[in-house]
Design a protein around this ligand. Structure first.
Ligand SMILES: N[C@@H](CCC(=O)N[C@@H](CS)C(=O)NCC(=O)O)C(=O)O
Length: 208
């Protein structure tokens, strides 16, 4: 039973941000209580002196431990929280494969799909950023193509079971349409999205 008086984890973020939603999704799977502190990046809340003391790069999410330590970078937070659980294999090879897909997510997927979504959804696709938005489409589809190949052979990204690699890639793929990426041509990705959403303790990203 959860001790409601126990010091809690605190997460600073915005649930509509895929990088932040990853943390909430993992904590839901782990059934771990936490406090969520909403940070509005559009009003500069991630660049106040107090926030920069937690994360010098001024980005969300940040995890604050009960002892006051702070951890930034969404995938580092996932690895910390999932350590010792079924969502992060202990086998070194499988663990490296989790990291492989998480680095792929941060370098080859998120900079295209999440950024296009940010320009369209948060900024309202201003004319000044339309060319950048268009330029993101090629890289985003390249990443989706890599995912489609993997998921046409496997139910999940690593070890034939749900891990934090799936959480990392699920976060922005499930809202890829908001960045202009239709998933019509990616049937294996659509089946995987449904598989993840059907898992017990799944938490959907809230609507606006
Ligand atoms: N690599 C970082 C990216 C974090 C990130 O880009 N956060 C965005 C929201 S999704 C942010 O805080 N942007 C505000 C800013 O850059 O000022 C992670 O995975 O946590």
């Amino acid at each position: 039973m959860t001790n409601r008086n126990a010091p809690q984890l605190r997460v600073y973020g915005d649930l509509l941000s895929g990088n932040c939603y990853k943390i909430a999704l993992l904590l839901s799977h782990l059934d771990t209580p936490y406090e969520w502190v909403h940070i509005d990046i559009l009003t500069g809340a991630s660049h106040t002196p107090a926030f920069l003391a937690r994360n010098p790069i001024g980005k969300i999410p940040v995890l604050e431990l009960p002892d006051g330590r702070n951890l930034f970078e969404s995938n580092a937070i996932l690895n910390f929280l999932a350590d010792g659980t079924a969502l992060l294999p202990s086998d070194p090879w499988l663990r490296a494969l989790v990291l492989q897909w998480q680095f792929f997510e941060q370098y080859s997927h998120e900079p295209y799909i999440a950024t296009a979504r940010y320009i369209a959804k948060y900024l309202g696709l201003p004319e000044s950023r339309r060319a950048e938005y268009q330029a993101k489409q090629t890289g985003g589809h390249a990443a989706l193509g890599v995912m489609e190949t993997q998921l046409s052979r496997h139910d999940f990204f690593v070890g034939e079971r749900f891990t934090i690699a799936d959480i990392s890639l699920y976060a922005y793929t499930q809202v890829a349409d908001e960045g202009g990426f239709s998933l019509d041509g990616y049937p294996a990705i659509r089946r995987w999205l449904a598989r993840v959403a059907a898992l017990p303790r799944h938490m959907p990203m809230p609507a606006d």
